[in-house]
Design a protein around this ligand. Structure first.
Ligand code: SF4
Ligand code: SF4
Length: 247
């Protein structure tokens, strides 16, 4: 039995609530994966595999605090530059599909990725989406361009192959239960933000990680003043409804 959750009162408590939820998820995911593999299932993810590291990532500010605290000044600069590219994409993309495609092809890989080795340089502080994305197919299926350039016949075959692969949702090749197991992390983050700040903040990973290192932004959030926080984000040119939700 776990301890009953103590309400978060500070930003440090909020970050702690997330890291505890990460640990619980890690244990449950490892256990699920062991059982899956013992039954013949295959998880293709592993060290150095990073074709998914150019996907857009949605986080809570609670998770962004954890990453933000782990960054070197050089990494933080890289995140801020990436956040600026994310905003430019949000301002000009014609819809969700274009936003995602351009994120992957033009905004590009996460600056925390070591392109030479495929390693995440902030592995212990990576957000939920980077922890719960697992593939039952080889990485080429995760890479941008693979599914998009299939013929209708190839795509139909892909969906048939997915449908007979245990662990998928029957439509896409990612492992659905390992994603569902992360739901308590989202819940813990939402509750901790609400308890500590009376405000929830969600949005893009690179934008929120950059804002989490901005004292004025965090002071406004901690005071429960979302409009003031939005004004700080605007001054930083990091306010756009696609990538920053305050409320
Ligand atoms: S999700 Fe795909 S690209 Fe990402 S680590 Fe797993 S196999 Fe590699
Ligand atoms: S935080 Fe790490 S795992 Fe996540 S996208 Fe960036 S490099 Fe990849």
């Amino acid at each position: 039995m776990g301890m009953p959750p103590t309400p978060a009162r500070s930003s440090a408590d909020v970050a702690r609530a997330v890291t505890r939820a990460y640990e619980r998820y890690g244990r449950k995911a490892d256990e699920w994966r062991r059982t899956y593999e013992a039954r013949g299932g295959r998880v293709y993810c592993g060290a150095g595999c990073a074709a998914c590291c150019n996907m857009p990532i949605r986080v809570s500010l609670a998770e962004a605090l954890v990453t933000a605290a782990a960054l070197t000044p050089a990494q933080a600069r890289g995140m801020a530059e990436h956040a600026a590219a994310v905003i430019a994409n949000a301002q000009s993309a014609g819809g969700d599909d274009e936003y995602v495609h351009r994120h992957r092809t033009e905004v590009g890989f996460c600056p925390l990725l070591d392109r030479a080795t495929g390693a995440c340089t902030a592995y212990a502080a990576r957000p939920t989406r980077c922890r719960d994305t697992f593939s039952a197919f080889p990485a080429v299926y995760c890479a941008v361009g693979t599914l998009e350039t299939m013929t209708p016949r190839q795509l139909a075959q892909y969906h048939r192959d997915v449908a007979r692969t245990p662990g998928t949702d029957g439509e896409w090749h990612f492992i659905a239960p390992l994603e569902h197991l992360s739901e308590p992390i989202w819940t813990a983050a939402a509750r901790a933000m609400q308890d500590a700040w009376g405000v929830q903040v969600w949005g893009d990973y690179w934008v929120l990680t950059t804002l989490a290192r901005d004292d004025a932004f965090m002071a406004a959030v901690e005071a429960g003043r979302p409009r003031d926080a939005w004004a700080v984000a605007r001054r930083r040119r990091l306010a756009h409804p696609t990538v920053l939700e305050l409320g």
